[in-house]
Design a protein around this ligand. Structure first.
Ligand code: C2E
Ligand code: MG
Ligand code: MG
Ligand code: MG
Length: 288
């Protein structure tokens, strides 16, 4: 017995794997506390229609406002939240927060037509998911079309269960988008069957425009595929004018990226909208 214990504790603290699982345990504990202490915040990144250069909607992106460490990006905690199942709770919080924010924007006449919310595989696998979405919409008093749910392709393509669930979600009026399109597994036949509204071209392809021939061709092919299927297409991670020009030339509908704005807290997004409005207004006030 003591020998077992000795070996276990040795393994626990010495091998890389065990050290990282120990750290994960501490981290998970802190994540759970963070949820209780309301340390999560939703940031919002604009999506812009290329032709008109007008703001259409935003994507909600979660951040952890740690009291000592400051703002922690989702890449540092979402994987663990997914692994542990905490993402179900966290994802529900983001969804409810987005619905609440949409209500506020509607009440204040802010012209944002939808909020896109990321949904993880674990949330979608939860039997209560449709009910949670319905309740989030009802509590905020907003119509379904104000929310777009971002799903990942591999998951959705794989099982009939998800096709049924997407039908149920569509019945609530929400829009469905496929995030990071092109990086997972998709059957084009299946894509055609599912009631999807939007494809989001993964950032890794956009980054290659125009120097990387493969990524440039893939980006253009996805735009054409989407348009051929009557889907809305969003390019994410647009960082410079050259990329925007190429995407415009391909006929890509929407863009999202640092060229326009990073994800911002709701208040700052309001300032960003006002600043853009001011830019459009000719300056006559200096005339005599
Ligand atoms: P995503 O859903 O594909 O979100 C796009 C990511 O690209 C965001 O990173 C955004 O800040 C970043 N981004 C946007 N424009 C640019 C750009 O021009 N250049 C570069 N380099 N990056 C850009 P973020 O906020 O760190 O989120 C990373 C990922 O974490 C998201 O990827 C999503 O998969 C996940 N995530 C974020 N919030 C949530 C959430 O509420 N629930 C779930 N399940 N996952 C989330
Ligand atoms: Mg997303
Ligand atoms: Mg994405
Ligand atoms: Mg991504």
């Amino acid at each position: 017995r003591s020998k077992d214990l000795g070996r276990n504790s040795y393994e626990y603290f010495s091998s890389d794997m065990s050290t990282s699982s120990f750290e994960n345990m501490l981290m998970l504990n802190r994540l759970q506390q963070a949820a209780q202490n309301h340390e999560f915040v939703a940031y919002y990144q604009p999506q812009i229609e290329l032709r008109s250069q007008k703001l259409t909607g935003v994507e909600a992106l979660i951040r952890w406002k740690h009291p000592e460490m400051g703002l922690i990006p989702p890449g540092n905690f979402i994987p663990l939240a997914e692994e542990s199942g905490l993402i179900i709770e966290l994802g529900e919080w983001v969804l409810r927060e987005a619905c609440r924010q949409m209500r506020l924007w509607l009440d204040h006449g802010v012209k944002i037509h939808y909020i896109a919310v990321n949904v993880s595989a674990r949330q979608l696998a939860d039997k209560n998911f449709v009910q949670i979405v319905r309740s989030a919409l009802n509590n905020a008093g907003i119509d379904g079309h104000y929310i777009e749910l971002e799903l990942t392709e591999t998951l959705v393509m794989r099982e009939d269960y998800y096709a049924k669930m997407i039908d149920d979600l569509k019945a609530l009026g929400v829009q469905i988008s496929i995030d990071d399109f092109g990086t997972g597994y998709s059957s084009l036949a299946r894509l055609k069957q599912l009631p999807i509204d939007t494809l989001k071209i993964d950032m890794s392809f956009i980054r290659g425009i125009p120097e990387d021939e493969n990524n440039t061709n893939i980006s253009r092919a996805i735009v054409n595929l989407a348009k051929g299927m009557n889907l809305k297409v969003v390019a994410e991670g647009v960082e410079n004018e050259t990329q925007a020009k190429f995407l415009m030339h391909y006929g890509c509908h929407l863009v999202q990226g640092f060229l326009y704005s990073p994800p911002l807290p709701a208040q700052e997004l309001g300032d960003w909208i006002n600043a853009r409005k001011a830019e459009e207004i000719p300056q006559y006030n200096t005339a005599p």
